[in-house]
Design a protein around this ligand. Structure first.
Ligand code: SF4
Length: 195
């Protein structure tokens, strides 16, 4: 099967998924979007209000900030792949529960295996905790791991994992903004390195 066919299969499964309770509250699933040849994969937490309406990741105000950060490292949004650890919005945007993350992340794992990115940037504590747990790193708090590059074997693939803030957290607390921008420069440096 081609990469596109494999990804289409995931999208179809997510559209009818009932593996956790979140589908009940959502208008649309948000499986993810972007280039299947992306060197950079960005992984957030869960769809928000606008994402749920449009069925696309990071299209609200946090998405606008993310677009700026992506263009700030001379990439276009279509050149990266953007996804979340859970694919349906929760009621009132509450944080995803452990059983929801456990139920949903098999989709994300398959997306990573299809795209085979050079770099995964985890946006916020939930996606950071999930991805680093897969390489046996326990995360107490985001600040301890943020901005570091973890060169690891993830799902059988060599990848550099760079945790950073979620753009929504930066909108809520602008003091984080310079850290988020620094971390994106780190992403850029890693992308420019020869393998
Ligand atoms: S959030 Fe994930 S596991 Fe839960 S219903 Fe949606 S697609 Fe399925």
């Amino acid at each position: 099967m081609s990469k596109q066919e494999l990804m289409d299969e995931i999208v179809s499964e997510v559209q009818v998924c009932r593996k956790c309770r979140l589908w009940q509250y959502a208008r649309n699933p948000v499986p993810g979007e972007g280039s299947l040849e992306a060197s950079l994969m960005l992984i957030g937490e869960a769809p928000g209000y606008r994402e749920d309406l449009e069925g696309r990741p990071f299209v609200g105000s946090a998405g606008k900030l993310l677009d700026k950060l992506i263009s700030g490292i001379t990439l276009r949004r279509e050149e990266v792949y953007i996804s979340n650890i859970v694919k349906h919005r929760s009621l009132k945007n509450r944080e995803p529960k452990a059983d929801e993350v456990e139920a949903c992340t098999a989709y994300l794992d398959r997306q990573i295996q299809i795209i085979r990115p050079k770099i995964i940037a985890t946006l916020g504590k939930h996606s950071t905790r999930y991805i680093l747990s897969k390489v046996n790193i326990e995360v107490d708090g985001l600040t301890a791991v943020r901005g570091r590059g973890y060169k690891k074997n993830l799902l059988g693939l060599p990848v550099t994992i760079i945790p950073t803030f979620h753009p929504a957290a930066v909108l809520y607390n602008p003091a984080y903004r310079s850290g988020l921008e620094e971390d994106f420069q780190k992403i850029r440096e890693e992308l420019e390195k020869k393998v």
